[in-house]
Design a binder for this molecule. Structure first.
Ligand SMILES: [Zn+2]
Length: 287
């Protein structure tokens, strides 16, 4: 009884709030057009859960983009979630990947988290450290969000999930022992168990000793915001000469979205029109 959802909750007697996310259909859809190595897939699933949890905490309509980039076997990973919990993401790596553990996936890499409220994007860059993405994100919560947090992430082929606990700023004092205890509990989150239980049941099981108030679950989903117009912009960036050469050779060009697999085809007439428009259009607007 699991689905694509996020369950917010608070502790009645501790100044701590939490959210538990479970992604099943959305997570499988994200992998549909890719053949990921299990280690890459696990990291991508962790990224999906973490990005959804961060997006849930946004106080405005906007989006979160988590991007990992480097010279290691996992050269790029991008995960985006809107404040409506619409997610998309992909990773670029070999299969099999030349790594046996998370730290080996990266070399000279960094992880950037961009919060976009439609006006002034804000970016926090964190070091990639520890044994899994949750360790790397600890630095983000400490420095950029500046709210003490516990984060646990799990994923396999069928499910990606996560649990975020955050101290509530300006609330009553939280004993160090209590905070540590909640951290230990969060770290016991396991994918197999999360796959078997609804989010609400899972929260009740984990925090059986605490008085927890659970709120209405929020629906999450897979959604790609690609369009023919954006595909056209990609071609414009390649330049007219290169695109015309491809059309001359193959009769058309095709742009495939790496997130959802959708293909946009442009024939000779489409391409001519695209570059004519380019010469008469006004200043390039931001995406
Ligand atoms: Zn797409």
């Amino acid at each position: 009884m699991t689905g694509d959802q996020l369950v917010p909750f608070v502790f009645e007697s501790l100044p701590v709030r939490g959210a538990l996310i479970q992604l099943t259909r959305a997570w499988r859809r994200m992998q549909r057009d890719h053949d990921y190595d299990p280690l890459v897939r696990e990291t991508l699933g962790h990224a999906a859960a973490a990005t959804g949890l961060i997006a849930h905490s946004l106080k405005f309509t906007g989006s979160v983009t988590l991007q990992m980039q480097g010279a290691g076997p996992l050269s790029m990973l991008v995960m985006q979630a809107t404040s409506q919990l619409e997610l998309r993401g992909m990773a670029t790596a070999g299969n099999p990947v030349a790594a046996d553990a998370y730290p080996e996936l990266f070399e000279d890499a960094h992880c950037a988290i961009t919060i976009d409220n439609g006006e002034q994007p804000y970016q926090g860059v964190v070091e990639i450290s520890g044994d899994q993405l949750a360790d790397s994100l600890k630095g983000y919560f400490d420095r950029s969000v500046q709210v003490p947090s516990h984060l646990a992430l799990v994923s396999d082929a069928d499910m990606a999930g996560g649990l975020l606990l955050q101290q509530m700023p300006g609330q009553s004092v939280l004993e160090a022992d209590d905070w540590q205890r909640l951290g230990y509990i969060a770290a016991t989150l396991r994918g197999a168990e999360l796959s078997q239980n609804s989010g609400i049941d899972m929260i009740r099981k984990l925090f059986a000793e605490d008085d927890v108030r659970v709120f209405e679950p929020r629906q999450a989903s897979f959604r790609c915001r690609c369009s023919r117009q954006r595909a056209g912009e990609v071609l414009k960036m390649l330049g007219e000469a290169e695109v015309q050469a491809a059309v001359a050779e193959q009769g058309r060009v095709e742009v495939t979205c790496e997130y959802c697999g959708e293909r946009q085809r442009f024939d000779a007439i489409d391409v001519s029109r695209l570059f004519v428009e380019n010469t008469v259009s006004g200043p390039k607007s931001l995406q």
